[in-house]
Write a protein that binds this ligand. Sequence first.
Ligand code: FEO
Ligand code: CA
Ligand code: CA
Length: 646
Amino acid sequence: MMDDSENKTVNPRIAAGAATIGDVIGERLSRRGFLGGLGAVSGLALVGCATGREGAMALAEAPAEAGTEPAFRFAEIMRGMDETHHVAEGYRADLLIRWGDPLFADSPAFDPMNQTAAAQRRQFGYNNDFLGLVPLEADAGGAERALLCVNHEYTSTNIMLPGVTAGYPASMTQALCETEMAAHGGTIVEIRKEDGAWKPVVGSPYNRRITADTTPMRMTGPAAGSARLQTTEDPTGTLVSGTVNNCAGGITPWGTFLMAEENFNGNFLGTLPEGHREAENHKRYGVPSGWYQWGRFFDRYDVGKEPNEPNRFGWIVELDPMDPSSMPKKRTALGRVKHEGAENVIAPDGRVVVYTGDDQRFDYVYKFVTKGKFVAGDRAANMDLLDEGTLYVARFDADGTVAWLPLVHGTGPLTEENGFASQADVLIETRRAADVLGATPMDRPEDVEPDPKTGRVYVMLTNNDRRTDAQVDAANPRASNRFGHIIEIIEPEGDFTSETSRWEMLVRCGDPSVAPVGALWNPLTTENGWFSSPDNCAIDPQGRLWVSTDGNENSGAADGLWALETDGARRGTGRHFFRCPVGAELCGPRFNEAGDALFLAVQHPGDTDGASFEAPGTRWPDFQPAMPPRPSVMVITRNGGGPIGG
Ligand code: FEO
Ligand code: CA
Ligand code: CA
């Protein structure tokens, strides 16, 4: 999902006239044309003139005629943008499940003109984002099975609900707000491979919907019970109904699902009581941002009535997908930010390390190191590992060092004099704690993905068009960074728990043929191989990096998935594999263990400028006049089988 300032335009946008796909593409292309007019040069020349640092120079010095074979073997697709998706030749892209599809035997049929919260709670939710797989044993017939764990990040009010565009926000009723809450959260759905195709198992006993309002959750860890988490609904500060804005996430080595709560600020309306102690705290998180109308009908989303409620969001939620009756837990030890994801890894000494980005311009990269160690084969022993440990925030130094700064109450400036009376305060105000420690403000940190085999960690930095020349630093080297970049962290000897690491620039995104963009790609990258606004990523079973984007449309072509070389003379070469329909960003990417199936989440298709339910940018994937566009999960397989990407 786009960050604050862009999201603020989501709802006002619905009052505007709808654009046609032609308008959208024309507008994007003309923007690109304008940039192109600033002076197109060859990719090779641009690499040479880029203001490179350590990693950049390595790229610039790489021979164009690389001696190494490409890590990926597929014919890349063309950049472009139209109503539908595209995948590399020789691959199949099948729809697995769409918003509104049934999960249970009693799920009502999807009826977009008569949406209700009750129906939505029995159906696949909106705006699929994170995709995780928890393998199950094959069935009696030998069919491959897994639990697909999905986050439903947010609702695109304008294109999801009929009849709200005219007269918004007055057009929003309590019932419509409840429908939105039911569409947030997550889905657990069993999937099975039958006759070579993956299908959801409707009515599986594992299937579950998690929502923003009807799923009770427990607060655990150091902040649980804090007075700052207490509300009228829960005077104990230990229980909360629901989870919101679940963006990316992670699957732990013990098979639980981590759901990252991201832009919770947008759910709140109202005005804090004068002089309230949470004033500075809420301001730091942009609360209340009022992207939704929920606060008109539900006191908990009105900060004037429930000033502490925002403190109950912004956490990492842990859920056991194997037990549909289990109560999810908000693990406060991992801090409270706009968590993008929670990818994790077992360190050599057995401790577990969870990486997370705080997706906001000028916010930070974090890692959490458990106190206890992972015990193989003893699931119960691992189930509360995330309640104790050390949260660190990253400072990226110009000499290529990463200093991981511990957010521990009583150390350094994290003391009572600075307003931190306890570890609970440090965690509830994680951002302010990281501010006073001197962490490096980044260009919107999104997915942070560790590679267990190499000790390298990839950090997606989507963009930051507000960085000024005076704010440029080594790790965020471009002012007005519209296109983002990717940093590689090298954990020493694969020790993910290390408090000191190294970092290098992998790529600076954007069009390498446009000098003012300042992009940095391996010169072997083709005109289709570069991208902008990296958001999510995945490492496949062969250890290769794949990057999905949110905002590539700013470069004149649809979002999608690119393979990205990380080693040898081809390091920094992108290759385009999958393209979204117009208006969509691509989330998820998740490979199965065999690497022969790739799951992709197409989020907010058709949400072009000015789009509405009545006039969306596309009606993908059904293309029926009465059917709105539907966020959907796709499965990519190779014709004849075999590893994705060759
Ligand atoms: Fe939910 Fe930062 O994307
Ligand atoms: Ca995003
Ligand atoms: Ca994202």
